[in-house]
Write a protein that binds this ligand. Structure first.
Ligand SMILES: [Zn+2]
Ligand SMILES: [Zn+2]
Length: 371
């Protein structure tokens, strides 16, 4: 899948095409930018910006949302052992309270860290589906909720969590009272801010996907069930038409998530894929029209093929250079000297040539990379 890791004679043409696109979109229409940069420092946040943090919690889900009206939401809190990571992330973002928590369903990789979060952070409303699990983790959470004097609000289709000017958060599922699989109880949330829609699937599987009614198109989807083959059915993928698909998944997990078929389905539909196992914590921001993606590590290159799909994500792959950290050279990925780079000296960067030169790198004399 990784185009920049193999010699590819089409790369130069692709780069020229992407550079052209960057120029065409530079006027500020519905463009998108991505950079392997950490999320903005606390206090830097602009007003009127929706910011969604897909926190890297290994094999599990935890999404922290800063709404443009100043309110906050947490959808899931990762597995037991990640509660501190999640609480600290929220605190480091400058928040001491959460207005809303959604515990999508009672599996440990979603609610395991939640009791720790509830201890560390003051919480307003907590939404959970009417699903019961006879597990210690689930009972611990219920005990904690009771001890904090919180009352659980039922997550089910039709529930509106938040409605403000141009901004809303609605629950689209579960649509039924009973399911044989806990995953299908997952609270599915749609957040709308002006022209931008973000869909959060929890671990909902195809049964639940097929029960979702109405227009479920979304610019960004948190892919269901860590990208497993039980979710992201073809008809659902076709209905959502996401530009960005975020998969929250642990590196080397024992479940084989994400499934290659699922990756292919989203890519074929034109989605650019980000994965917490490859990209670390992923932050999506929007002031209501354009979407900006930033992430901790890796390149956007799990998304390479999709870059030429129906919605070309302009700046995604336009400037992915291959670096030789030994000789401090910058190369185009298809430079003939790239295959000779020693494995340990090879790196990739989405920075500009100018930024890399400022860090002490030099442009290769053969392929002559430039901004
Ligand atoms: Zn899960
Ligand atoms: Zn689950």
């Amino acid at each position: 899948m990784s185009r920049t890791k193999t010699k590819n004679p089409g790369m130069k043409k692709l780069f020229l095409y992407l550079i052209l696109l960057v120029m065409l979109f530079a006027a500020g229409c519905d463009g998108a930018t991505a950079s392997p940069n950490p999320p903005p420092e606390p206090g830097q946040e602009d007003q009127d910006v929706l910011r969604v943090h897909y926190i890297d919690v290994g094999q599990g889900d935890a999404t922290f949302i800063e709404f443009p009206n100043g309110q906050t939401m947490l959808i899931d809190a990762g597995d037991t052992g990640y509660g501190n990571t999640v609480a600290k992330y929220i605190q480091d973002s400058g928040h001491t309270s959460l207005d809303y928590i959604v515990a999508t369903h009672p599996h440990a990789d979603h609610i395991g860290g939640m009791d720790t979060v509830l201890d560390a952070i003051e919480v307003g409303d907590i939404y959970m589906p009417k699903a019961v699990a006879a597990t210690r983790t689930y009972e611990n959470l219920l005990d904690k909720i009771a001890a904090k004097g919180l009352k659980i609000k039922t997550a089910r289709v039709g529930v509106n969590i938040l409605a403000d000017s141009g901004l809303s958060a609605d629950i689209l599922a579960p649509n039924a009272e009973e399911y044989s699989d806990l995953n299908n109880y997952s609270a599915v949330v749609m957040i709308t801010y002006e022209d931008v829609k973000l869909l959060f699937m929890g671990d909902a599987e195809m049964l639940s996907e097929n029960e979702l009614s109405g227009d479920i198109r979304a610019d960004v989807i948190k892919v269901g069930h860590h990208g497993s083959d039980y979710s992201s059915g073809q008809s659902f993928v076709d209905r959502v038409k996401a530009r960005y698909a975020v998969i929250s998944v642990g590196e080397g997990n024992s479940h084989g998530h994400p499934a290659p078929d699922v990756i292919k389905r989203w890519e074929d539909a034109g989605s650019v894929i980000y994965r917490t196992d490859l990209n670390g914590t992923i932050v999506i921001s929007s002031a209501g029209a354009d979407i900006t993606v930033s992430y901790e590590k890796g390149s956007a290159d799990s998304t390479g093929e999709a870059a030429l799909g129906p919605n070309p994500p302009v700046a995604e792959t336009a400037a992915v250079w291959v670096l030789n950290t030994g000789t401090k050279k910058i190369h185009y990925p298809d430079c003939r000297s790239v295959p000779q780079i020693k494995e340990g000296n090879r790196a990739e960067s989405g920075k500009t040539v100018a930024e890399l030169e400022a860090e002490g790198f030099d442009a290769c004399g053969i392929c002559k990379p430039h901004d």
